[in-house]
Write a protein that binds this ligand. Sequence first.
Ligand code: NDP
Length: 399
Amino acid sequence: MGKALIIGCGGVAGVAIHKCCQNSEVFEEICIASRTKSKCDALKAKLDGGRTKISTAKVDADNVEELIALMEAFKPDVVLNLALPYQDLTIMEACLATKTDYVDTANYEPPDTAKFEYKWQWAYRERFDKAGITALLGSGFDPGVTGVFSAYAQKHHFDEINEIDILDANAGDHGYPFATNFNPEINIREVSAKGSYWENGRWMETEPMEIKRVYNFPEIGPKDMYLLHHEELESLALNIRGIRKIRFFMTFGQSYLTHLKCLENVGMTSIEPIEYEGKKIVPLQFLKAVLPDPAALGPRTKGKTNIGCIFKGKKDGKEKNYYLYNVCDHEECYKEVGSQAISYTTGVPAMIGAMMLMTGKWKKPGVHNIEEFDPDPFMEELNKWGLPWQESFDPELVE
Ligand code: NDP
């Protein structure tokens, strides 16, 4: 069918690339391009021999000219951005210059402020529309599948959805006292930021980890979970009919929170550069360098994740509740693609998002969040590619 350029070669990209190679009818050819080319070459060596043709390249995705040169040489049908959120805008610029469709899994963040907002990427709407190319924003799990679940619930189960609670549980145990499941810098920026939720057209702000609930997750059991700000709240608030309230909760164990508090108290999670032995360093980046590499957690992590959405709304004049979720097993993921479930649950939807654009099932010039597309083909592919979903019409609700 076509060619995809995959930028980044970390935890999430590793899974997406495995999945592209399993899906060689669509991904006939891929180029893996990242800052450290040796990682791309190592992955290619592992996956070569299948039907997908793989090449690799070194690219600095902060540099638009380099990106354009690579895209002009490889001529991809789609660019799948699995580098870091800091690179979103440069990669979108290069897509505009080469008229190439774009997919990512996380919204742009300026490196110097931990803000999760779509405004920088939404500012490209008109230019993408005029160029006749599609940008699909947030095709991971959350954001990503949570948006597809919302669109599916809206299409098939509700006349209007009034409330959404997104619940993200990780009951995996990697045996380390403290480690993050994906890029530590991005993860710690996210969880140490103030919480917020959307209610009656307004953002309500909370202190970090101020709101705690206990939820009895299917296949996992009861877990403490905390309200966080999360980027899909912003787009779902615009795209879901009748919506009045959206909250996002993530589970954290007490040991993780105690370590995080301590690191925060001593200044290790700060993104303000400090002077150290004549050199400027960012404490959080230094912390990343001493923490376990998320990719190294794969072989040691046991247990399951459960991520999903509880919807409350109306159908045919009656109140209705509906819960859609996926349960994923860390050890099964490791057996299949050599990584834990956090990268797996992001990498699979990233591949499917790219597939939706390459097959033309989703083609809508402009810049769009995932819930703006027809959810049905995506839901079908989730079942095929390792993230089957389950539903409940009588879920436990979150207070
Ligand atoms: P990693 O840190 O494991 O990987 C990032 C990759 O990007 C690395 O290969 C890195 O290169 C590369 N990279 C960084 N900067 C550049 C640059 N300037 N030019 C080229 N390559 C660069 O991160 P993850 O795989 O854990 O996360 C990838 C993305 O997925 C992030 O944006 C994250 O926010 C998002 N994510 C989304 C989720 C969702 O559900 N929506 C969940 C989890 C993650 P190098 O190897 O040299 O460091």
